[in-house]
Design a protein around this ligand. Structure first.
Ligand code: ZN
Length: 58
């Protein structure tokens, strides 16, 4: 279970980041076993590796 980011850290990270594809707002998706970040604008999904979001638009 990924818990590298505290809720406060997650909020801070999300405040700094925007979707690289559409600049939309991002949200944490940790409903599944793997932590991920999902764009609320275009629906792109980005992995979080060792607590670091990997925001690469393909
Ligand atoms: Zn987007």
């Amino acid at each position: 279970m990924p818990d590298a980011l505290t809720p406060a850290a997650r909020a801070a990270v999300l405040a700094m980041l925007a979707c690289p594809a559409c600049r939309g707002k991002l949200r944490i998706d940790d409903a599944k076993d793997e932590l991920a970040i999902v764009c609320g604008g275009c629906g792109l999904r980005f992995p979080v590796v060792d607590g670091i979001p990997v925001l690469i638009a393909e």
